[in-house]
Ligand binder design. Structure first.
Ligand SMILES: COc1ccc(S(=O)(=O)N2Cc3cc(C#N)ccc3N(Cc3cncn3C)C[C@H]2Cc2ccccc2)cc1
Ligand SMILES: [Zn+2]
Length: 319
């Protein structure tokens, strides 16, 4: 609990992750490891401590997860390639300006091979489909400079089919609106320059209604506030240019209240266990709210804004 961001404590918390290889949580979270590397590194970038982790060590870990049979990245050495860990790998390598280390064409073909006739993407050869995986595909292809290899028409048609009467989007066509899915669909449409698909006033209103009296944001009506929704809702509003519709002072207080002032890290809400996922999305939310001393984060790619600009991927869009 604190009314300022305990940056140095959060940097130490992230540096210590994955150090104690003996404890159970380290092995329990092997399936998340590549995502966790991306979450930790991006949180450090937002807090202006990118060098707190050794770049070469990080790049070596990412390359050790290469699944040569599939042409993609798994979450951990020896794991099968998955689109979630492939996006995280591409994001980490892009942040370390090391994309030259990979066979881009093979990664692009792995991603394109996951698109279904409907336009949605699966997470791996056998897995279920989800708009989250469609976002991973669009974001990774864009970061790899291969967005023109994508069947845009089919992809946009599927996203439009996921639009609900409340202006939001769900996990698949017909599923109820959920803030994380709203972000993946809004960000994918922004990359594809198709924000015209969105009913902006209605969705803006649905997003603004996520804010609760305690300042926190929830992911759908009647649910509890959660720090990670600060990012999903805020970044969607930033893309739609509706950030002023949120009480930023109240939300800032809520995020700061979810910090662990002893060991660092941020949890989903005050008093819960911290984790690297909510630490990233807590500082990411504060960055979008203009909290002092944080680096700008691009709301479409959830990566440092200066890097996205340097890669020529900054959108001039305004919904
Ligand atoms: C602790 O139980 C869990 C439950 C699920 C998962 S998960 O499926 O891998 N995943 C990523 C995730 C990572 C961490 C961390 N470190 C913690 C939670 C969390 N959730 C669960 C969550 C977050 N807010 C409330 N809830 C319940 C989201 C989920 C889905 C997701 C994946 C990738 C990108 C965005 C979202 C991991 C741990
Ligand atoms: Zn959460």
């Amino acid at each position: 609990m604190s009314d300022t961001l305990l940056t140095d404590l959060h940097v130490k918390y992230i540096q210590n992750l994955g150090k104690n290889k003996d404890d159970l949580t380290y092995h329990m979270t092997a399936h998340l490891r590549m995502n966790a590397v991306y979450w930790g590194l991006t949180a450090l970038c937002v807090m202006k401590h990118k060098d707190a982790l050794d770049a070469e060590e990080t790049i070596e870990y990412v390359m050790s997860c290469w699944d040569d049979e599939a042409g993609g990245f798994g979450a951990h050495p020896g794991h099968d390639a998955h689109i979630l860990s492939t996006l995280s790998a591409v994001q980490v390598l892009a942040i370390h300006e090391a994309l030259a280390r990979i066979d881009v064409t093979r990664v692009v073909n792995f991603i394109l091979g996951l698109q279904h006739p409907s336009g949605v993407f699966a997470g791996d050869q056998f897995g279920e489909t989800d708009t989250r995986f469609l976002y991973c595909a669009v974001s990774a292809l864009s970061l790899l400079g291969a967005i023109d290899r994508l069947d845009r028409e089919r992809t946009v048609t599927y996203l439009a089919s996921c639009r609900n009467f409340d202006g939001g989007f769900g996990r698949v066509a017909g599923a109820e609106s959920h803030a994380a899915q709203v972000w993946v669909c809004t960000a994918a449409l922004a990359i594809l320059d198709r924000l015209d698909v969105i009913d902006v006033p209605t969705l803006g209103w649905w997003l603004a209604e996520r804010q609760l009296p305690n300042g926190g944001l929830n992911g759908r009506p009647e649910k509890l506030e959660d720090v990670c929704y600060s990012y999903w809702v805020l970044s969607s509003m930033a893309i739609l240019n509706k950030l002023t519709w949120i009480d930023s002072a109240a939300l800032t207080r809520f995020i700061l209240s979810a910090q662990d002032s002893e060991d660092g890290g941020i949890s989903d809400r005050p008093g819960d266990m911290v984790d690297v996922f909510h630490t990233l999305f807590g500082v990411a939310g504060l960055s979008l709210l203009g909290y002092p001393g944080l680096d700008d984060l691009d709301p479409v790619y959830c990566m440092p804004a200066s890097l996205i600009e340097r890669m020529g991927l900054k959108k001039g869009w305004k919904a």
